[in-house]
Design a protein around this ligand. Structure first.
Ligand code: GLC
Length: 555
């Protein structure tokens, strides 16, 4: 246990500040709201908070469009509030982890305002500018991740600029050393303020190919996902090693990169001794419902063995090199009870079952706000109720692909990022105690049953299950560092694995179906039940959605 670093021995809690707690009545959450909930977070047993962006932003993508990397958006408070949060969190043994969004800035950043003015100003090549094709159309047929062309025309410069995401999020030109050093400087600004780490956004897109060419269309409108054309372009690691030397190596921090597009066999170049980051968020277990890259309107059924394989592959890939960030939710994903569990599931059982896996795999668990209370997806009746920019893009795309508005809404209900962004539910009172004003996004209508106040007082709640298992895990060498081995590999109903050290063993079994399943359980003969989402368990039988953790009696 002693050879593990601090961030390998604790869970991280992700906060989406806009939806966490509003202390001013503005309708959006703020930094002071987070500070006021540190006792709650400490009781949950977490050691770090990953804050999604709180920097100055026009909020087209809720803060992932940054207009100034070293100032706080006034809707969240002031730099004093931020410093206070860092200090108070420290007193609770919690570190603050910042989100670095360096593939792109906001189009309202001073750098872009300057860059767009002309082709020869001092910042003219801080972004990615190209001439139109001979017919005036965009330089390539690339489609932005949020839909539409990845190129937007700029009248002033008479050129197009590239944006992997929304037009208001122009991509920075990492080929320019001045850009890179300006970004490093702003990250070091936060290191000096005492933050405990960084989550690095959309990092696989920072390097662009030498030649910009059209790709084979993957959509009826003749476009191809920009991801296919630019993700993980060779040469990217040179930038990242420089980033590491200039920033990451300077503190006792952890880094986790968001790395859509890095495959398991490339992982060794990204994490661990020869890599750049401590951990990498990869998405192999989250993309199972997709058939076609980033497109939501062609979902597929997936099998449990596929999910098990994805998780086991990641465990294997990080066994001796790097470290795995375990996550089933974040601010971009549906709620895990809907994502992974069958329709009609008992949501409390389902939430505890997913928590059981999250907190017993090998790695650092990331708990996303509300997950510890068992939050589920919403399903609003009109696209106009959705705030998420990508939901709007995907809705338009589905219509273009020939789906009806009703069908398109089904995809939105399942995949919308707003599923994860509905406000936190603190109490059964007005607006669930989130705000005294008008909430920026509707609340989930289950808040009178599912909230922190009620769950705090219910020993069988999802919240208390999280607390118990997470605090147990922190002290348990087997769960922290024991070897992982998958069991019952071909079973399409049960995910089972063991964690073991030389003289200890823990078994985890989760039934992903609504049926009772039976299996031969000799391997559990010497073991006792230590956690479960039912009161007791008969060895060899798992009831619907039953999750159990067994510990072998010491030898
Ligand atoms: C990442 C973020 C997502 C954001 C995008 C653009 O994928 O997680 O929320 O919209 O990058 O910055």
């Amino acid at each position: 246990m002693n050879n593990l670093k601090w961030w390998q021995k604790t869970a991280v809690y992700q906060i989406y500040p806009k939806s966490f707690l509003d202390t001013t009545g503005s309708g959006t959450g703020d930094i002071a709201g987070i500070t006021s909930k540190l006792d709650y977070l400490q009781k949950l047993g977490i050691g770090a908070i990953w804050l999604t962006p709180i920097y100055k932003s026009p909020m087209v993508d809720n803060g992932y469009d940054i207009a100034d990397y070293t100032s706080i958006d006034p809707s969240y408070g002031t730099m004093k509030d931020m410093e206070n949060l860092i200090d108070e969190a420290k007193k609770h043994n919690i570190k603050i982890v910042m989100d670095l969004v360096y593939n792109h800035s906001s189009d309202q950043h001073e750098w872009f305002k300057e860059s767009r003015k002309s082709r020869n100003n001092p910042k003219s090549d801080w972004y990615i500018w190209r001439d139109a094709k001979a017919d005036g159309s965009a330089p390539t047929n690339w489609r932005a991740i949020f839909g539409g062309s990845a190129w937007t025309w700029c009248e002033e410069r008479q050129q197009y600029y590239l944006h992997t995401f929304a037009p208001q999020q122009p991509d920075l030109n990492w080929e320019n050393p001045d850009v890179r050093h300006a970004l490093y400087e702003s990250a070091n600004f936060w290191l000096k303020k005492g933050v405990g780490g960084f989550r690095i956004d959309a990092i696989t897109y920072i390097k662009k190919p030498k030649e910009f060419v059209d790709g084979d269309p993957d959509s009826k409108d003749g476009t191809v996902a920009v991801h296919t054309m630019t993700a993980n372009t060779p040469g990217i690691l040179d930038f990242l090693h420089e980033f590491k030397r200039e920033v990451f190596d300077k503190g006792d921090i952890f880094t986790v990169g968001e790395a859509n597009g890095v495959s398991a066999d490339e992982l060794k170049n990204w994490v661990g001794v020869n890599g750049v980051f401590d951990m990498l968020f990869e998405f192999s277990h989250l993309v199972l419902p997709f058939t076609n890259g980033e497109i939501w309107c062609y979902p597929r059924e997936w099998k449990l063995t596929e999910l098990k394989k994805a998780l086991s592959d990641s465990q294997k890939a990080t066994k001796d090199n790097g470290w795995y960030p375990i996550f089933f939710e974040n601010h971009d994903q549906p709620r895990c009870v809907n994502h992974f569990m069958p329709k009609g599931a008992d949501m409390i059982k389902a939430a505890k079952a997913m928590a059981t896996i999250l907190l017993t795999l090998r790695g650092t668990p990331f708990i996303y706000q509300g997950q510890e209370l068992g939050f589920a997806n919403v399903a609003w009746d009109s696209i106009n109720k959705y705030n998420d920019i990508s939901s709007h893009g995907q809705y338009e795309l589905a219509l273009k692909e020939g789906f009806t508005p009703e069908q398109a809404m089904k995809f939105i209900h399942f995949f919308s990022r707003d599923n994860a962004r509905t406000p936190m539910q603190w109490t059964s009172g007005i607006n669930a105690g989130f705000t005294t004003g008008q909430s920026w996004l509707p609340l989930h209508n289950d808040f009178d049953k599912c909230n922190a106040e009620i769950e705090d007082n219910d020993k069988n709640s999802v919240l208390n299950y999280f607390r118990k298992l997470n605090n147990f895990r922190k002290q348990n060498e087997t769960l922290l560092n024991g070897d992982y081995k998958e069991l019952l590999k071909d079973d399409e109903s049960v995910y089972a694995f063991s964690r073991s050290t030389e003289n200890s063993k823990i078994y985890v079994l989760v039934n992903f179906t609504l049926n009772k399943v039976e299996f031969s359980a000799e391997f559990l003969n010497q073991s006792n039940l230590i956690f479960g989402n039912y009161e007791s368990n008969d060895k060899g039988i798992l009831r619907p959605l039953e999750a159990v953790v067994y510990e072998e009696a010491s030898k």
